[in-house]
Design a protein around this ligand. Structure first.
Ligand SMILES: NC(=O)c1ccc[n+]([C@@H]2O[C@H](COP(=O)([O-])OP(=O)(O)OC[C@H]3O[C@@H](n4cnc5c(N)ncnc54)[C@H](OP(=O)(O)O)[C@@H]3O)[C@@H](O)[C@H]2O)c1
Length: 327
């Protein structure tokens, strides 16, 4: 059946400006790293994407290597885009990235102009898009001059293959350095995508200050620590969970963080939220956060997470209690 988006989709979602740019992102964004690859059930991924857009999520995040196999998430998204969302392209922000390994030989990863150019062209072909709204360098490359990477990204904007530029996994110092080059080039660099959650707060040691100083946005990835900051592992390790279905989350990690997760869950209950909702709300409470980039394997998880925006206010006492648990 052809898809018509929900008429009230813009009524409850919040839209936050990316720094001082003209662009706004939905407070929640959806990432396609897991669960959208070659083996994914097409009915489920269709339902997840429709539910997201029907509830005001306008931003969908991809990368060249998302799958498995690498590239398949872009291919699947491209098919759904063509079938369901082609009339809504101007209401959607689609990002992709290059930086991690994609193909054999010396030009298949990192930050050279050669790799980035080829990878962006491949991503456009896989998705069937004419341009990405945001294109990221996925990880810093210590062996390539930062100017080469920055100039390649700048060129993509001038060629019309990307509207805005972002970086991901760059340290505070690396971000400061590349912003200087982007400023000289007048590149529309607008966003940093770091890993950030209650269980991983590295951005608070410098990166958040750099982005605030330069009026750039921040979108937090793995905000639920890949599912640990939800009720997923409170009663053991389910067979269909990321621990069992992917090598990116290890059982030992869940077990070692479990006491913190249980204690955080008690605070969430007192706030009348699920642990997932509180974890997202805690991020949205930070003034430097533009959007929280979630992943989901089921539509029910998405519906649970969408309710996070109903309460993003924390009392001083709640914040103190949370900090005490995380020490
Ligand atoms: N830039 C980078 O280097 C980088 C790296 C990683 C991710 N990312 C981006 O960030 C996005 C999100 O990353 P992520 O998938 O790790 O995010 P996440 O939101 O921390 O974890 C998502 C997982 O949490 C579980 N979950 C989500 N909501 C739930 C709920 N309400 N109740 C119970 N369980 C719930 C599901 O796990 P189960 O699968 O077990 O059900 C889901 O797959 C990615 O898709 C990608 O776009 C970027």
């Amino acid at each position: 059946m052809s898809y018509t988006a929900n008429n009230s989709r813009y009524q409850t979602m919040k839209y936050n400006r990316l720094g001082n740019s003209g662009l706004k992102l939905s407070a929640l964004s959806l990432g396609l790293w897991h669960n959208f690859g070659g083996g994914a059930d097409s009915v489920t991924i269709n339902e997840i994407l429709r539910t997201a857009f029907d509830n005001g999520i306008t931003h969908f995040d991809l990368a060249n290597n998302y799958g498995p196999p690498p590239g398949s998430a872009e291919e699947n998204f491209g098919k759904i885009l063509k079938k369901d969302f082609k009339n809504y392209r101007d209401e959607i922000i689609i990002s992709s990235k290059a930086g991690y390994f994609m193909w054999e030989g010396p030009y298949g990863e990192w930050g050279s102009k050669k790799y980035l150019t080829a990878s962006l062209d491949q991503s456009l072909r896989r998705t069937g898009l004419e341009y990405f709204d945001i294109f990221y360098h996925h990880r810093p490359d210590d062996n390539t001059d930062l100017e080469e990477t920055a100039c390649a990204l700048d060129l993509f904007v001038r060629q019309g293959k990307a509207l805005y530029i972002g970086v991901s996994n760059y340290s505070a110092q690396q971000t400061e350095s590349i912003i200087k080059i982007f400023n000289e080039l007048k590149t529309p660099f607008v966003i940093h995508q770091p890993k950030y959650s209650l269980l991983n707060r590295w951005v608070e040691d410098g990166l958040s200050d750099v982005l605030t100083k330069h009026k750039k946005g921040m979108i937090a990835f793995s905000p639920l620590a890949q599912g640990m900051l939800t009720d997923r592992y409170l009663k053991g390790i389910p067979d269909d969970s990321r621990v069992r279905t992917s090598h990116f989350l290890k059982e030992e990690q869940v077990n070692s963080d479990l006491p913190k997760i249980i204690a955080l869950n008690e605070i969430a209950k007192k706030r009348g939220q699920s642990l997932a909702q509180m974890s997202i709300a805690w991020l949205l409470n930070k003034p430097y956060i533009t959007s929280v980039l979630i992943g989901v394997s089921k539509v029910e998880q998405l519906k649970d997470n969408l309710k996070a925006i109903e309460n993003t206010v924390f009392s001083e006492e709640e914040l103190r209690e949370i900090d005490k648990i995380l020490k």
